[in-house]
Design a binder for this molecule. Structure first.
Ligand code: ADP
Length: 483
């Protein structure tokens, strides 16, 4: 499938408003996970280019932060409109390099764009406050100011939305930015840079450094004293590592890390609605989202009935190349992802889990069959590890208390879901779940107006919503003496 605007396929880093090769001319290949074909050779940038990008962001900072919020909002609005206008091309690029089905990719482009629209508006509402003084000769107030140069490191599972969810609030608040996208999905990131450039966002405000050596790029960003904040979305081990690196320069951080989402189906749930919720929250993006249901906890009274309905519904998925009509589930991102899912499923089976559907990867490909496992227990590895694949492990429980204990029995705390009808139970369970986000009779919870983020080892900070922009500004307190 061809792009209607081939100039959206970019191969170089975008630094200081210019397209740049790696200083040593190195490139790396971006592959299509559905076909194994090579899609593009992209500049393999590392330390030198990251340092250039940091300098560019620093030089652009003063002018950008001095603009009124309204002027910055106009640039962002223009970027939003260009993203929307190029939705189909961006979605094709995404399906090509990331694998998700085209309709899902189109949805992600709209979701990604929504953050740009939202934060363009929120930038205008960065209010300070006037505080009643404790002393009649003083006046106390606060203003909000941009943090300065910020860095972002983003993952491959939402190659557009994870960039806009950070870049839009940063730019709206008056920060300038250096972004390192995942080496698996640089093309979407570079297409966004191309559109930001067309939107007239000044040189140096938004810099994108692509390269394979994430450790070196990460170290360059975290060790820089110019970079005042790091926003990261990715795995918990890498997040912890980056947090340690940020300690030396005491950077502000936002961390969106792994999850281990419970999806609880109580006896009083609407089972058809719960099945719909699992389809959306478990199998979206082939199970590769940090808010994917990871453990389906089902109360004994409805366990068998729920399982029958789920198996039947999951059979309707069509696995394949996301650009082909009718396909609604794509491949996993790489071989390491397949290996991980295979290992977790094999360990669960050897410990007594039963395969009700799927349970295998297709030979010589990155496609993993949509899978349902039953009789899974808290003793199995699959209960404790983020699967990041289309495997639904069904765990049986008896009481509400047991469900809550099982759900909270993890160091993670990003998203949780539960299905119930009893209003008292809905309140009790909502309050007892140790999670940053809870879907109640709902499997799809993310949008630009709501605060996205986790507790415990799932992260620090919130993205989206009116809180998301606070991550990019500092409160300055002014104490004024008056005679
Ligand atoms: P995932 O499992 O989603 O790939 P990762 O945490 O490995 O999660 O990757 C998320 C982002 O972090 C990617 O952009 C990746 O390149 C980057 N990354 C991975 N390891 C490091 C590291 N040591 N330092 C900095 N960035 C890293």
């Amino acid at each position: 499938m061809q792009l209607s605007d081939p100039s959206l396929l970019c191969h170089q880093s975008f630094i200081d408003g210019k397209w740049c090769d790696a200083a040593d001319g190195r490139q790396f290949t971006v592959y299509n996970p559905a076909t194994g074909e090579s899609l593009a050779e992209v500049a393999d940038c590392a330390q030198i280019e990251t340092e250039q990008a940091i300098r560019a962001a620093q030089e652009a900072l003063n002018e950008w932060r001095a603009l009124t919020a309204k002027v910055r909002a106009n640039y962002l609005r223009q970027w939003f409109e260009l993203i929307q206008a190029n939705q189909q091309d961006l979605a094709i690029l995404m399906t090509l390099e990331q694998g998700k089905a085209l309709t899902e990719a189109q949805g992600e482009v709209a979701y990604g764009a929504s953050f740009v629209e939202w934060f363009a508006e929120e930038g205008k509402r960065q209010y300070g406050e006037v505080i009643p003084a404790t002393n009649s000769k003083q006046r106390l107030l606060t203003i909000r100011q941009p943090i300065g140069v910020v860095a972002a490191i983003t993952p491959w599972n939402f190659p557009i939305a994870m960039i806009t969810r950070k870049a839009a609030p940063a730019l709206a608040a008056g920060c300038t930015m250096v972004i390192k996208p995942s080496e698996e999905t640089p093309l979407c990131a570079l297409a966004l840079a191309q559109l930001a450039d067309r939107a007239g966002i000044p040189a140096g405000v938004l810099n994108i450094v692509v390269g394979r050596d994430s450790k070196v790029i990460g170290e360059t960003l975290t060790s820089s004293s110019i970079v005042r904040k790091l926003s990261f979305t990715g795995s918990t081990p890498v997040g912890k590592f980056l947090l340690q690196q940020c300690a030396d320069t005491v950077k502000r951080t936002s961390m969106e890390l792994g999850g281990n989402a419970p999806f609880i189906v109580f006896d009083d749930a609407d089972l058809d609605k719960a099945v719909e919720g699992v389809l959306a929250s478990k199998y979206r993006n082939s199970g590769q989202t940090c808010v994917c249901a990871n453990r389906i906890l089902v109360q004994s009274g409805v366990y068998d009935a729920f399982c029958e309905k789920l198996v039947q519904a999951v059979q309707s998925f069509k696995l394949g190349n996301g650009l082909e009509p009718g396909v609604n589930m794509g491949p996993l991102i790489n071989q390491a992802a397949i290996d991980k899912v295979e290992l977790l499923v094999a360990q669960a089976i050897s410990a007594g889990a039963q395969v009700r559907l799927g349970g295998q990867a297709q030979t010589d490909s990155l496609f993993y069959q949509p899978t349902v496992l039953t009789e899974v227990s808290a003793e199995m590895d699959i209960f404790h590890h983020e699967i990041f694949g289309p495997v639904a492990p069904l765990v049986r429980f008896d009481s509400e208390q047991q469900a809550i204990e099982l759900a909270n029995h993890t160091p993670f705390g990003l998203a949780a879901y539960f299905y119930a009808r009893d209003m008292s139970r809905i309140w009790r369970v909502s309050e007892a779940l140790e999670y940053g986000m809870v879907g109640i009779n709902e499997g799809l919870i993310s949008n630009e107006v709501a605060p996205f983020g986790g507790v415990k080892e799932s992260g620090i900070g919130r993205e989206g919503s009116r809180h998301g922009i606070d991550e990019y500004s500092e409160i300055k307190y002014l104490c004024m003496s008056v005679d």
